[in-house]
Write a protein that binds this ligand. Structure first.
Ligand code: SAH
Ligand code: SF4
Ligand code: F3S
Length: 481
């Protein structure tokens, strides 16, 4: 069933994006259309897309690449001479946004020399009215702005941008339906991102994502399984099931399955490696732990964002769990899946975080001994509740805390790697390492990067690698028979 989209808002509004409507989300198979006069419009022309955000954004880039290729465009790394340049942006922290504004500035000069270029800004920043207004007012080099819910309309939007002199803006603040069957050009040929759900309903008080990505909408299990089976048939070895909070999978559907069911069904397809992210500790079920333990092709690697080790801060963040509940879950996880590597995300300097509260985060590391942690200084996001909280912690103090935290992170990351020394690990070989083309790089089952001496003919395969040296962020090794 096709939907009449005219009822949707045309411009971004974070206030509207906050609303969660009860109405049903439809799963639509035929929303994607190429206007007759756009067919083949890109023949002989090139496109370039720069991705700034998370895995959800990377997956969106693959879909946009697929759409542009069905119009005839081909990918080219040469941004300066490309016919279409899209910046797929991220709004999660201020520094991500500043990078984008820097790039938009650079493109002013490039567009002067290549006036035929269509320059578009999309992704999460496009969902923020402050950003769209700033671009419209001051950055006429931008031809097109479109949001995260408007991607399938790229052919229509491109057509408008080719005809219009003014910046074309189409951002729906309210999420649309779940759109299936979009073209896509995947970045890799052995590892694939697979969306299982879109959006987020958690509303952590610091976070912009529920506003930029809309309410939680799960894909139907049959559609996810079809995609995984298709990837497997095409030689893919690894799928990474994506959602802002995969543990909520299925809750919005009128169906009798949840994430544990989906995980089990994906495991039964027999694809070599299954990963998933992100799991909110809040609704991690025992059923999930059972399934993870039962199937060898579900990788023993779990990203379990803590954000803060202090119950008081967690409450101000609206995370929905206490320090003790997190520890209980963590311990159960380690008990049921003892070989699992666990990583986390931490925000330091949340408004009015006290020294004692920060030390509670540090002490969580002594308990959990994470394999790795991604650490951030809190960045106020306009429109979120935390942005209106008064904050007495100085920037300098926040930076000091980040540094102290990173010392802990590195200490335990190195410690976690020590047990790998001398072992043989199964490594999915990605390709030559970034630093040295004579060295191969790949990932263990526990998601550790390994740089190793091996046979380049084995790129794209899973091979045994003996670990000969450990570092804080990676392992070194050599391929064995
Ligand atoms: N859905 C995921 C997180 C997505 S955002 C989850 O809930 O785990 C990725 C990470 O960015 C978050 O885990 C958090 O640590 C960080 N982050 C989000 N908003 C932030 C902000 N306003 N300032 C600093 N870091 C933030
Ligand atoms: Fe943001 Fe929280 Fe949703 Fe993660 S769960 S995307 S941190 S609101
Ligand atoms: Fe950034 Fe949007 Fe992902 S804000 S983290 S790109 S969902």
């Amino acid at each position: 069933m096709k939907k009449d989209y005219s009822e949707y808002f045309k411009g971004p509004s974070l206030k509207d994006a906050r609303k969660r409507f009860k109405e049903d989300v439809h799963h639509i198979d035929d929303a994607y259309e190429i206007p007759a006069d756009m067919a083949g419009i890109g023949k002989g022309k090139t496109y370039f897309i720069k991705t700034y955000g998370c895995q959800a954004n990377e997956r969106d880039t693959e879909v946009m690449s697929g759409i542009l290729e069905t119009l005839g465009y081909t990918h080219d790394d040469d941004l300066e001479h490309a016919d279409i340049v899209l910046l797929n942006t991220c709004a999660v922290r201020d520094n991500a946004e500043e990078k984008v504004f820097g790039r938009i500035g650079m493109l002013k000069k490039i567009k002067r020399e290549n006036p035929g270029m269509i320059f578009g800004v999309c992704g999460c920043m496009a969902q923020e009215e402050v950003v769209v207004n700033r671009i419209k007012r001051k950055m006429p080099q931008v031809d097109l702005i479109f949001g995260t819910h408007n991607i399938h309309r790229l052919p229509q939007l491109l057509k408008a941008a080719l005809l219009e002199k003014e910046t074309v803006v189409e951002v729906w603040s309210k999420e649309g339906d779940v759109i299936e069957n979009l073209p896509s050009h995947r970045a890799k040929d052995k590892k694939a991102w697979v969306n299982i759900m879109y959006g987020c309903n958690k509303f952590c008080t610091y976070c912009i994502v529920p506003y930029t990505r809309g309410k939680e909408r799960s894909r139907l299990m049959e559609d996810v399984l079809r995609e995984v089976n298709d990837l497997k048939d095409h030689g893919y070895l690894e799928v990474n099931l994506l959602g802002q909070n995969v543990n909520s999978y299925g809750k919005d559907l009128d169906a009798d399955y949840d994430f544990a069911t989906l995980l089990e069904e994906v495991a039964k397809t027999g694809i070599e490696r299954i990963r998933f992210m992100t799991s909110n500790p809040n609704d991690f079920s025992e059923g999930m732990l059972r399934v993870i333990n039962e199937y060898d092709n579900i990788m023993p690697y779990i990203h379990l964002p803590l954000q803060s080790g202090s119950t008081a801060v967690l409450k101000r963040m609206n995370r929905g769990y206490t320090r003790e509940e997190y520890i209980e879950l963590f311990d159960k996880l380690k008990e049921l899946v003892p070989n699992a590597a666990v990583t986390t995300d931490i925000i330091v300097g949340f408004p009015n975080e006290t020294e004692e509260e920060f030390e509670e985060t540090l002490s969580m590391f002594d308990h959990c001994q994470y394999d790795l942690a991604y650490t951030f200084i809190y960045s106020p996001r306009e429109g979120t509740p935390a942005a209106t909280m008064e904050d007495h912690v100085t920037r300098k103090e926040k930076e000091d805390r980040l540094q102290r935290l990173n010392e802990k992170v590195n200490y335990y990351a190195h410690k976690a790697n020590e047990k790998y020394l001398g072992t043989v690990q199964k490594v999915l070989v990605d390709g030559p390492s970034r630093k040295d083309p004579n060295v191969l790089a790949g990932y263990t089952e526990t998601n550790k990067v390994v740089n190793f001496k091996g046979d380049p003919a084995h790129i794209g395969q899973i091979v045994p690698v003996k670990i000969t040296e450990i570092r804080t962020w990676s392992l070194d090794g050599e391929e064995v028979e």
